[in-house]
Design a protein around this ligand. Structure first.
Ligand code: HEM
Length: 487
């Protein structure tokens, strides 16, 4: 990138001095959320690093983040042209591709409409308030049964291994009208081995920025390319089946809704022709991918925190027993009766910050932030982890204290504090699955808290150190679960 002349009145960005070729990769290291947070002490909330030869703007601090993503949203909502992104969804991803702003906006709107209409459809029985609640509720009950039978058979279980199938089934239900058995090998091989995905697309992966690394053999990169290819094949097969059995008068799921949109457009001469059918139907690939990895990571952390803080686990169960009871399955309407659970989930989002950076952004024109000049096409990292651990926002940020979100008598969550937690991004690129994500984490957790008690395996202490990636996971582990009596 050629150095541009800095306009009068603006300052150059501060930041560490880069080494030739590798830039600051050594200082960034294997835990960019920690190293880039530590750098704010020296350089402030808006500074620049170099990964390889490429300058990257790092934004921290809730005010600077809000300024960039909300007030100056127009200039800060592009995506950079990174090497690894071309493999995601055949380069046609809604979340990762460098689509022109108009194309991205149209696709985003379509995706939001499809999600909204299929989550809020009324359930198949009066028992459920909406289709989403029905799916989660049923999968939650299957999950409890499944964990019980795994415990009976082998005495321990790996939480991620089972949670991910249940969560994938919820999004499969909405996107494809399908559910899979917990032993389905094809689904398991897709959803259970996806760690490489997050490792490669997490902010700061050097081979995205240092061109020669792309030509070196890399095992992680090979697995990443392979996962994406398998993922695309899996979804394409289902989409083909949907085309073959498509009936305009019976829109069964999100895939049908997207196909229907393409059919409608063919009849409409004034339609926006910029967006190809492939890009419309390809949206389902993003929804499926984003819909299982994030939520299963959140739930797996939730189980891990319950094990790490058994006293909180007991209080969660106690509140369930007193305010909902144990003789019926909890539902979405119970949320206001379970403030400790809501606070616990917020504290997991904050404390783990398992999505430490948003997906990288990119500037769409020359701009400035806090008086610093920022050229067009600058890659931007948004440090959510820093916002969630900023001592100016949070008292004792390193401690895990769900009560920080509750009022004095523990009956209500403080909305202002809840909004300070940053895990879904902000502004124009803000996650479109946020409502689904929050709903799923709440209802699955309510079901687990009511029916099961989780514990460490003797002699196998839980390792809560996160492994860096787009979504950070704790190490895979074996836990114990025992069924709680119904009454
Ligand atoms: C984008 C978080 C669940 C679909 C994002 C971003 C974050 C995020 C941080 C990037 C924002 C940015 O780049 O500034 C989460 C978390 C979830 C979750 C923490 C669960 C707890 C979901 C679900 C879906 C979904 C369930 C779909 C059903 C998407 C899509 C984007 C996105 C399509 C790309 C938006 C765009 O680039 O315009 N999410 N997400 N997410 N998320 Fe989520």
């Amino acid at each position: 990138q050629l150095r541009k002349k800095i306009p009068d009145g603006l300052k150059p960005l501060p930041g560490p001095k880069p080494l030739p070729i590798i830039g600051n990769v050594l200082e960034v290291g294997y835990n960019p959320h920690l190293s880039l947070t530590a750098m704010t002490k020296r350089y402030g909330h808006v500074y620049q690093i170099h990964i390889g030869m490429r300058p990257v703007l790092v934004i921290s601090g809730i005010d600077a983040v809000r300024q960039a993503l909300i007030k100056q949203g127009e200039e800060f909502s592009g995506r950079p042209n990174l090497y690894s992104f071309q493999y995601i969804n055949d380069g046609k991803s809604l979340a990762f591709s460098t689509d022109q702003a108009g194309v991205w906006r149209t696709r985003r709107k379509l995706a939001m409409n499809a999600l909204r209409s299929f989550t809020s459809l009324s359930g198949n029985s009066a028992k459920y308030s909406c289709r989403l609640e029905e799916h989660i509720s049923k999968e939650g009950e299957y999950l409890v049964e499944r964990l019980k039978s795994v415990m009976d058979a082998s005495g321990s279980f790996d939480p991620f291994r089972h949670i991910v199938v249940s969560v994938a089934n919820v999004i499969c239900g909405m996107c494809f009208g399908k559910r899979y058995s917990h032993d389905d090998q094809q689904l398991l091989s897709l959803v259970n081995l996806s760690d490489e995905f997050g490792q490669v697309v997490g902010s700061g992966n050097p081979s995205d920025f240092i061109p020669f690394l792309q030509f070196l053999p890399s095992n992680t990169m090979k697995k990443f390319v392979d996962i994406n290819a398998r993922f695309n094949t899996f979804v394409q097969k289902i989409v083909r089946e949907h085309y073959a059995s498509f009936d305009k008068n019976n829109i069964r799921d999100i895939t049908d809704a997207l196909i229907d949109h393409c059919e409608d457009r063919k009849l409409d001469e004034n339609a926006n022709v910029q967006v190809s059918d492939e890009k419309v139907v390809g949206i389902v690939n993003d929804l499926f991918g984003a819909g299982f990895d994030t939520i299963s990571t959140a739930l797996s952390w939730a189980v891990a925190y319950m094990v790490a803080y058994p006293e909180i686990q007991e209080r969660l169960h106690q509140q369930m027993k007193e305010n909902v009871g144990l003789d019926r399955i909890p539902c979405l309407a119970d949320k206001s009766r379970l403030p400790l659970l809501e606070a616990f989930i917020l504290e997991i989002f904050r404390h783990s910050s398992f999505l430490p950076f948003t997906i990288p952004h990119c500037t769409s024109k020359d701009t400035s932030l806090n008086g610093f000049f920022i050229p067009k096409d600058t890659c931007v990292f948004i440090n959510q982890w820093q916002v969630n651990h900023d001592p100016e926002l949070w008292k004792d940020p390193a401690s895990f204290v769900p009560e920080r979100f509750l009022n004095a008598d523990g009956t209500e969550v403080n909305k202002m504090d809840a909004e300070k937690v940053m895990i879904f991004g902000l502004g124009r690129r803000r996650c479109i699955g946020e409502a689904i994500g929050r709903t799923e984490v709440f209802l699955f957790m309510a079901i687990l808290v009511q029916r099961l008690q989780f514990q460490e395996m003797p002699g196998q202490p839980l390792d809560m150190t996160p492994e860096y990636g787009l979504t950070m996971k704790h190490k895979r582990c074996q836990l114990r679960a025992s069924l709680r009596p119904r009454k």
